[in-house]
Ligand binder design. Structure first.
Ligand code: NDP
Length: 415
C-alpha cells in the first residue's frame, strides 16, 4: 500500500504537464478548500529539466507554491524507481508520452506508489494503441494494494465520466454513443497540433474503428465526415469519425451500447497539410538512413513544428467536447448531450496554456485528488467510468471545466 505523503510526482513538462502543475499548486494553495488538504507537495520531473524549472517559476509567481524539479528519462524503469524512492510521492501523474506508460507503471509497482495517466500505452514502433497492455497489470496492482487510474484527461477522461453520468442519471440504459470533440480555436499558425505532434499525427492517420452491434468495424482514416453545430454559438464544424481509446473501455463497461463512435473536428488547412506530409513520407514512423544516421521522419517533423505548450499566447476561440447518447428513459427513447466549453484565452490567462492542454490537465488534477482523498480508491487498474461520476462532475464545475446538459429537443442528429 502506498504511504500517505500527499506528494505528487508529475512526469512530463509539456503542454499538459504545465497545466497539471498549476492546478495541483492551486489545490495546495487553497489548503482545506472544497477538495481538502490532499496535496502537500509537488515534484515535476521530465527529460529536459529546464522546462520543469520554467514551469516551476511561473507556478510560484502565480500561486506562491514552490515546486521541486528533477531530470528523468522515464523510459528507464530503474531511473524512474530511483527518482520515486528519492521523492517519496504517494502518486505518480504520468503526463509524458504514451510510450512511457508501462515503464512508469513498473516503477510504481517496484516502489509501492499509485499511478495515473491520460493516454493509453502505444509501442513506439507501431501506431497502434489499446488497453490490453495496461489491463494486463490489473492483478499485480491489486495484489500490491495499489491503484492505477487510466485516461484521466478530457477524451479519454471526462468523456468517460460524462458517459457514466448519463448512464446513472439521464437514461435507463445507453444504446448509442457519439463522442464529439470540436476545437473551435485558431492558433494563427499555418500548421500545428494542440498536443504532442507525434502522438496527434499517429492517432489521426490510424484507420478508423467504431463499435457496431458487438464488434469494432474498421474503415479508412478520415473517410466519414458530418457537419456538427456546437451549442452556445461556438459555431458549425466538419467532424470526422476516427478511433479513440475510450471506445474500447466504454463498450465493455456499458454492454447495452450498440453503436459507439468518436468524432473530431479538423479544418481544411489542417487536412491539406496532413495529406501533403503523408504523401511525401514525413509521417512515417520507421527509421530512414540520412547522412550516416537513422532518423524517424515523424520525430523529425515534431522537432520542426511549434510546441503545443507554446501555442497559448496566440490561440483564440473555444473547445466544445461532449457526449451525445441515446436510449430509453421512462418508456420513451431519448437523446441527451452533456458537454463542456472551454475558452483558449481564459485558459491562457489562468495558467499560461491553450484550452487543449487545459482540458487535459484539469481532469488529471481532479483524478489525482479523487485518489488521494480516498473518494476513488480501490486496488487494481481502472478506467474512469468504473467509479461514481458525481464527485468528479462536481469538481469539474468548481475547477475550471463547468459542464451543461443540452435541452433534449435541441440535441443534434449526427446520422
Ligand atoms: P508535450 O510533447 O507537450 O509534452 C510531453 C512531455 O513529456 C515533454 O516535456 C517531454 O520532454 C516529456 N517526455 C517525453 N519523453 C520522456 C521521457 N522518456 N522521460 C521523461 N519525460 C519525457 O505533450 P502534451 O503535454 O501535449 O501531452 C502529454 C500527454 O497527454 C500525451 O501522452 C498525450 O497523448 C496526452 N494527452 C491526453 C489528452 C486527453 O484528453 N486524454 C489530450 C491531450 C494530450 P521533452 O520536453 O524533453 O521532449
Amino acid at each position: 500500500m502506498a504511504e500517505h505523503t500527499g506528494r505528487v510526482l508529475i512526469v512530463g513538462a509539456g503542454g499538459v504537464g504545465q497545466v497539471v502543475a498549476h492546478k495541483c499548486a492551486q489545490v495546495m494553495a487553497q489548503g482545506s478548500g472544497d477538495l481538502g488538504r490532499v496535496i502537500t507537495g509537488i515534484t515535476l520531473a521530465s527529460r529536459t529539466v529546464s522546462k520543469c524549472e520554467t514551469i516551476a517559476a511561473d507556478v510560484r509567481a502565480r500561486t506562491g507554491v514552490g515546486i521541486d524539479t528533477r531530470q528523468v528519462d522515464a523510459d528507464d524503469t530503474s531511473r524512474m524507481a530511483a527518482l520515486i524512492r528519492e521523492v517519496s510521492p504517494e502518486l505518480v501523474i504520468n503526463v509524458a508520452l504514451p510510450y512511457q506508460d508501462l515503464s512508469i507503471m513498473d516503477a510504481c509497482l517496484e516502489t509501492g506508489v499509485h499511478y495515473l495517466d491520460t493516454a493509453n500505452y502505444e509501442p513506439p514502433d507501431t501506431a497502434h494503441f489499446e488497453y490490453s497492455w495496461q489491463w494486463a497489470y490489473r492483478e499485480r496492482f491489486r495484489e500490491a494494494g495499489l491503484m492505477a487510474l487510466l485516461g484521466s484527461g478530457f477524451d479519454p477522461g471526462v468523456t468517460n465520466v460524462f458517459t457514466a453520468y448519463i448512464n446513472k442519471h439521464l437514461l435507463d440504459e445507453i444504446h448509442t454513443l457519439d463522442i464529439v470533440d470540436v476545437n473551435g480555436g485558431d492558433h494563427g499558425q499555418a500548421f500545428a497540433t494542440n498536443f504532442n505532434p507525434e502522438i496527434n499525427i499517429r492517432e489521426v492517420t490510424a484507420p478508423c474503428r467504431h463499435w457496431e452491434n458487438g464488434s469494432f468495424v474498421e474503415t479508412p482514416a478520415m473517410s466519414t465526415r458530418r457537419d456538427f453545430t456546437c451549442p452556445e454559438g461556438v459555431g458549425s464544424y466538419s467532424v470526422y469519425r476516427m478511433y479513440h481509446e475510450e471506445l474500447e473501455s466504454l463498450v465493455q463497461t456499458f454492454p447495452t451500447i450498440r453503436t459507439a463512435r468518436f468524432w473530431m473536428s479538423f479544418s481544411e488547412a489542417y487536412l491539406t497539410h496532413l495529406q501533403v506530409l503523408q504523401n511525401v513520407g514525413m509521417t512515417r514512423i520507421d527509421p530512414v538512413p540520412f547522412q550516416g544516421q537513422e532518423i524517424v521522419p515523424l520525430q523529425f517533423l515534431k522537432a520542426v513544428l511549434p510546441e503545443p505548450a507554446g501555442l497559448g499566447k496566440t490561440t483564440r476561440g473555444r473547445t466544445c467536447i461532449g457526449v451525445i447518447a441515446g436510449g430509453p428513459r421512462d418508456g420513451e427513447n431519448r437523446r441527451v448531450y452533456v458537454y463542456n466549453l472551454c475558452d483558449h484565452e481564459d485558459a491562457f490567462r489562468e495558467v499560461g496554456s491553450q484550452a487543449v492542454s487545459y482540458t487535459t490537465g484539469v481532469p488529471a488534477m481532479i483524478g489525482a485528488v479523487m485518489m488521494l482523498s480516498g473518494t476513488w480508491m480501490a486496488p487494481g487498474v481502472w478506467n474512469m467510468e468504473e467509479f461514481d461520476p458525481d464527485p468528479f462532475m462536481a469538481a469539474l464545475n468548481r475547477h475550471g471545466l463547468p459542464w451543461s446538459v443540452q435541452d433534449p429537443a435541441q440535441v443534434a442528429e449526427l446520422g
